[in-house]
Design a protein around this ligand. Sequence first.
Ligand SMILES: Cc1cc2nc3c(=O)[nH]c(=O)nc-3n(C[C@H](O)[C@H](O)[C@H](O)COP(=O)(O)OP(=O)(O)OC[C@H]3O[C@@H](n4cnc5c(N)ncnc54)[C@H](O)[C@@H]3O)c2cc1C
Length: 437
Amino acid sequence: MNVAIVGSGIAGLSCGYRLVRAGLKPVVFESEAFAGGRTHAHEKDGFVMDTGAYTIPEFHKKFLALVDELGLSGDLVEAPGNSVIYKEGRPHRVEIGTPVDFMRLKLLSFKSKARLVKIFMRAVSLGKHLDLNRPDDKTFQLEQESAAKYLLRNGREDLLTHIAWPVFSELFLGNPEKNSKAAFLATIRKLVRFKIFCFNSGMGTVARKLSEKMTVRFNTPVVRVNRNMADDAWRVDWGGESPGSGHFDHIVFALPPPLVPDIYTSLSSLATDLCRKVVYEPCLVVALALKKPPAGSAMICAVLREEFPNVATVIFDHLKGSGRVPQGKGLLSVILSADASRKFYKIGDGRIRAVVLDELSSLWPELQDDLLFAKVFRWQQAAVQLPEGALRAQVQLRELLKKEHEQLHFTGDGYFRASMEIGVVTGFNAADRILAA
Ligand SMILES: Cc1cc2nc3c(=O)[nH]c(=O)nc-3n(C[C@H](O)[C@H](O)[C@H](O)COP(=O)(O)OP(=O)(O)OC[C@H]3O[C@@H](n4cnc5c(N)ncnc54)[C@H](O)[C@@H]3O)c2cc1C
């Protein structure tokens, strides 16, 4: 059986790995020169920069099992994972474990804390209705308004500013206006203390190891997939340095759904429409390599949009493991807000770096002097957003694609919420479907 996989992100590689283990020889097509997509690290002068995904929570069981199976557990480090929210120049620790912890948040008024506890209890009582990967009618009801509208409707502006914004900017790379009340409640309920992990040698470790186990054709973008009636196969046309075409029994699309209809133009009009409607925000990540670490011991620093128009989150990468920076040096990943990422996406790296340094100078005035180099990473489809009606549309899209196609398989994060775990799960599922065919 010949299988073509379009995309060497974690979804495509997980699928390929499962097929290889079953004795098949899939071919993975990748438009970039490296494997991993949004799970990749860039190395320069001893600094290891995660260009996209940066942490693995302990409940990403399938991903962690894969890491173990690949013999990479020794490279995993438990990251401090501690978070602060900066307000008026001061860091406020955020440690949530029980509703009582909400009452300790100095950022909120007493009334807001009490309201937050109430919201948390409501979210807990909703139980499985807040499983965003298996939504039901109740979930669909809860996704009929945005998180922002829900909070404002109830006079909870304080919670919008100090809770919803940091939650959505860090965990969704988005904002409370473009994500639903269901997404907010589901996330609030999960704000419990859990372990998080990083890789000492950077997030590209898994993708690198997986890609060694199969044929990956780098710099080879797939431009068209067509049904070839004559020999009952699928024809794949690719571009890049050595354009060509080949025939395959199964095709796995392992790239964000909005890109699929550009390659496979024979999708039904409803499926095309639903693929294009999956909302991704763009994201700019600016890595700052520094002569020394700036002040602060929290790994994840959120800032408020009222005070910082462009920066959303700052990650202290030098706290992620001993192998991330040369001895004594510092490394920050500055994540711009979705709005700022859209605004600056096409401007030059130098200007983006200037915006970031200028904005962060109020927190760390020494950054400019300590800067060794900066590197800008751009993601056009960074993370899936869950606006009103998105969960229902995802279910419809998943069911439609499964019904319409037996030899085409659709994997990756756009069919669910964005995460590496979803990449592994959907990749494995696609492989199982192919092996069962
Ligand atoms: C800044 C950032 C931080 C994140 N943080 C986390 C985190 O901490 N934890 C977490 O779990 N998740 C995080 N995520 C989300 C996570 O990275 C993604 O959900 C996951 O990596 C998606 O994997 P994928 O395989 O579905 O897609 P991708 O990684 O996007 O892979 C798709 C691949 O397809 C290739 N491709 C595209 N078009 C073509 C074509 N025509 N032909 C051939 N190849 C093509 C692309 O180059 C890419 O390599 C983060 C994402 C970003 C951007």
